[in-house]
Design a protein around this ligand. Sequence first.
Ligand SMILES: [Fe+2]
Ligand SMILES: [Fe+2]
Length: 224
Amino acid sequence: MPSTRSTSQSTSNASRSASRAQSSARSEIVDMLKEDHKRAKKAFRQFEKLDPHEDAEECQAIVEQTCAELKVHTALEEELLYPAARRLLSEEDLIDEAEVEHATAKSLIEQLGRMTPDDEKYGATFKVLGEYVNHHVKEEENEMFPQLGRAKGEWQGLCDEMNSRREELMQQLMPEAGDAARAGASRRSSAPASRTSSRSPRTRGSETEQRAQAASQSESDDAE
Ligand SMILES: [Fe+2]
Ligand SMILES: [Fe+2]
């Protein structure tokens, strides 16, 4: 029969390891969202170098890919992260502002969905979306995420929900994209293979995806 001392020591070891698992799940969530931010910012910088009239195809590919990825990202935050943040953080204003910023970004994304590079305001609309996104990302990364980093929550469960919801959203919102594009948009070094095993095998990407990838390859990573 174990002594009282060894029982209490194993309880405390178990609680330390549970707390480590929670904190690593929290980091996985934040890293995943920051990686999305980084990819969107890179796409906006890449777009700045192009002319929607002269480089219409390339511009359209960047706009379509970025808007689809932003739809996945904003839905994930609104459905799962923000409700958790509301429960954990005292500053609810931060979440209210983030939701209003999402609404503005989504309205610009909808407008872009009805436009083509021939539209006079195509470039301006995507640039303004980029300005909103850059501002919003700064607030999330400098204010919301650090506060979440200090909060004790059920991070493991949230992380699992976010990973599986992400897969569903990508199937819904980027159905034409092949595995390569989805893998790019969901690239997370720490995601276990079992979380992604439900994907259906696809070997060919869409033309849009291929153009976006070609455009992306032409941009060096030095601007990051
Ligand atoms: Fe975000
Ligand atoms: Fe956000």
